[in-house]
Design a protein around this ligand. Structure first.
Ligand code: AMP
Ligand code: MG
Length: 347
């Protein structure tokens, strides 16, 4: 058991890289400890990417399978050059357009980061986060920071410091609480070693946004076809799951109402994952939780993981969830929802 320190930092404050708490957290990283910090997507669990022991601690604390590589977080393009052998013109274009921000690029590795970060692959995933606390921490440490989401493997990703505390208290050296994260779903992982560039995981930057800069953008067939292995090793795992069985209901609210009525004589407590627009539509459900507004999918992404976690404290047995159009950020939302539901759909 490690004592987990809690640092509270205002992301809007001036001169964050000199903040004594950020400095203390950076010193932990330099000593080989692992700490959680906010990014604009979700909270990350960071360690020195060059130090095998730190990286091993990350896998251990999360219970993460060792074949699932980590994203390296940087604050400057010089750091990217230190880690990757070749930043091709397309990668450069994407970096100029979307960094700092919620996009991760897979590039050829120089072998500078520990092979536990890349799970032995010849490529490395790199991201420059936009969150002021993440940037300040990386700059203050002077290190490339390997950081997966700061949750126990399989649980919904953390969008608040309290989620991290729930999963990892006693297992990590500290948590920087910088308030709720903004985007709410993880970064888009783009493989830049393939032509055309290929989305390995949908996320905070949409396919449409990438197409505006890159022209043709492919989707990894492994994301949707059960006969294909996903190119991002992490995408083959069960993930984001609440305790209750979750089912997606593409037919919408009338069908969900019907399903709730069918459960009336069962002992099971029924939850509904819905949106503000349909908040009043399920009076017979035991628990109704809203993730944002259907008319603005960004609000749904922002709330999604917190709502999945909230269902655990409500002790429901089954959750029926609305689905969303797969345009813009909707693609990332539906990817996370179908994983949370283990692919279960009510036709
Ligand atoms: P997480 O850190 O939990 O946000 O997940 C990072 C995602 O990026 C996982 O799905 C990883 O499998 C994927 N990833 C990391 N490095 C690579 C790489 N070199 N090639 C392909 N996918 C990667
Ligand atoms: Mg994760």
């Amino acid at each position: 058991m490690t004592e987990t320190k809690l640092w509270r930092v205002d992301p809007g404050a001036e001169g964050l890289a000199d903040d004594p708490q950020i400095r203390e957290a950076a010193a932990c990283l330099a000593r080989g400890e692992i700490i959680a910090f906010p990014t604009e997507t979700v909270y990350g669990l960071g360690g020195n990417a060059k130090f095998r022991d730190s990286v091993r601690k990350i896998y251990e604390a999360k219970g993460r399978p060792s074949d699932n590589p980590l994203i390296v977080h940087v604050a400057t393009t010089e750091q990217v050059r230190e880690i990757c052998t070749d930043i091709n013109p397309m990668a450069k274009k994407l970096m100029d357009a979307f960094w700092p921000g919620p996009m991760t690029l897979v590039l050829p590795s120089r072998g500078e980061v520990s092979d536990t970060v890349t799970a032995g692959l010849s490529t490395v995933a790199v991201r420059m986060p936009a969150h002021p606390v993440a940037r300040a921490l990386i700059l203050a440490s002077g290190l490339p920071i390997a950081a997966p989401s700061a949750n126990s493997s399989g649980h919904p990703s953390p969008t608040k410091a309290e989620h991290v505390y729930h999963d990892l208290n006693g297992k990590i050296a500290g948590i920087i609480d910088g308030g709720e994260t903004g985007v709410g779903v993880e970064s888009t992982v783009v493989d830049c070693t393939l032509t055309p560039i290929t989305i390995l995981r949908p996320g905070g930057i949409s396919k449409e946004q990438l197409e505006q800069v890159a022209g043709t953008v492919a989707d990894d067939p492994g994301l949707t076809r059960p006969d294909q292995i996903p190119k991002a090793p992490g995408m083959k795992y069960k993930h984001y799951a609440p305790d209750a069985t979750m089912l997606l209901v593409p037919a919408g609210k009338e069908k969900i109402q019907e399903l709730i009525t069918d459960e009336k004589n069962s002992e099971r407590r029924v939850g509904v994952l819905t949106t503000e627009e349909n908040r009043e539509a399920f009076p017979e459900a035991d628990v109704v939780l809203c993730c944002g507004r259907r008319s603005d999918l960004k609000t749904v992404a922002h709330r999604l993981f917190a709502v999945l976690r909230d269902f655990n404290s409500k002790k429901v047995n089954v959750i029926y969830s609305e689905t969303f159009p797969e345009t813009g950020i909707g693609k990332a939302i539906m990817n996370r929802l179908s994983k949370a539901a283990g692919g279960r759909i009510v036709e």
